[in-house]
Each structure stands twice: as C-alpha cells, then as structure tokens.
Design a protein around this ligand. Structure first.
Ligand code: FMN
Length: 198
C-alpha cells in the first residue's frame, strides 16, 4: 500500500527511531481472512506490531500507547470487542489512543447502516475513533460453519436496518462480495498519524 501521508510518515518514523521502538499494536480477529488482510496492509504502513486475537495477545495492548482493534462483524456485532471492553480498566485503555475498526459486508456508504452498527456496538460516542471497512464474503469459500450461521441468523441479522441496506446485504451473501482494497485504509491511517503525533 502506498503511504497516503508521506510528511506525517517521515515525522512519525523519526519519533519512533528516537524512542527505539514502535508503540503501536494492531490486534485483529478474522474468520475468513479479510480482516487479517487489512491488518497486514496497515501494519506494513505503520511498521507496527500485529497479533491475531486471543486472550493472551489481547493483554499485550496494555504495553502500547496506540491500539488498533480490528474485527469482523457478525450479525451486527463487532466480534470480540466485548472482551476488550470488559478489560478496559485492566489494560488502562483510558490512557491510550484506541481505534475500533469493524469489517463487514454491509454498505459502507450508508449512513443508516453505520449508525446502526455504532449503536449495536455501543460506539456512538463522538470522541471514539470508530472506522468501518468493506470486507469480503465468498459463499463458495467461507468456512462451512460461517455459511451455516448466515442462514441460521437470518432472522436477527438485519434487525434495525433499512429495507435497502438489508437487500444489499442479502444480495452480497447470495452472490458474494469483495470490497477489499488497501485504499480503504486511507482515512484510518491519517487519523492514526494525527493521534500519534499529538
Ligand atoms: C455468520 C456471519 C454473519 C455476518 N454478519 C454480518 C453483519 O451483520 N454485518 C456485516 O456487515 N457483515 C456481516 N458478515 C460479513 C462478514 O463480516 C464479512 O464477510 C467479513 O469480511 C468477514 O471478515 P473475515 O474475512 O476477516 O472473517 C457476516 C458474515 C458471517 C459469516
């Protein structure tokens, strides 16, 4: 991925070199690889540490100043976000730059969809750094357990969504969808640079 903000990147790299370390970590939770791909692209740009989610890895966040939590959306829920929330005080999150990033196939351009996603995940606070990235769903390649869950959850999956957003999602589940693009990380990268150089 090309660096979207070269001046900020150079300033940041100098500050990091001075300290002799990166103080940013990405923790990601991915079932079928889309979130993992975004995490890999982002870590390349930020030159930061990146770990997949598990309880032990999650605890690493307490050692970093900037934490980027990226996870896939399942029936409206940003998976594993609750685990981070439950440990908010343990990990001293109040003192950190926290970015929460959801990855899903719901329409990223729909204000209503994003509003619902934030509400569903208690991320409505304006001070919270919340981002949403278009993911990927290939009905022929996803884990069979995930495909079965899509059908099993179809009763609750679309609760609170507009008719239009629901139809978009249903079509993407049926025909497949691939929104993966490193360019989608642009505004997130800029926000991270800004927060780190403050
Ligand atoms: C069981 C299931 C439920 C899902 N529910 C939603 C949802 O509510 N909203 C959404 O935007 N995407 C939903 N998705 C799509 C995934 O979030 C999307 O495929 C994402 O890119 C998966 O990320 P991953 O490849 O890192 O696992 C769902 C997918 C599955 C398998």
């Amino acid at each position: 991925m090309k660096n979207p903000n070269r001046t900020a990147a150079i300033r940041r790299a100098a500050a990091m070199a001075e300290r002799g370390e990166s103080d940013t970590i990405i923790v990601y939770n991915s079932s079928n690889g889309a979130t993992m791909q975004y995490a890999a692209w982002l870590s390349e740009v930020l030159e930061c540490d990146v770990v997949n989610y598990n309880r032990k890895h999650l605890a690493y966040v307490s050692l970093y100043k900037t934490v980027i939590f990226m996870s896939w959306v399942r029936a409206g829920e940003i998976t594993r976000l609750m685990m981070l929330r439950q440990n908010y005080d343990n990990f001293n999150m109040k003192e950190k730059n926290l970015f929460i990033v959801g990855v899903g196939i719901g329409p990223a351009e729909s204000e209503a969809y994003l509003k619902r996603l934030k509400y569903r995940n208690s991320c409505e606070d304006k001070n919270l750094k919340f981002f949403y990235l278009p993911g990927k769903y290939d009905p022929d390649k996803v884990k069979s357990v995930d495909k079965a869950s899509v059908y099993a959850m179809s009763g609750t999956m679309y609760e609170g969504l507009s008719e239009e957003d629901m139809l978009t999602m249903k079509e993407r589940f049926d025909k497949g969808y691939d929104g993966l693009d490193p360019d989608n990380l642009r505004s997130l990268v800029e926000a991270i640079f800004l927060a780190e150089t403050k």
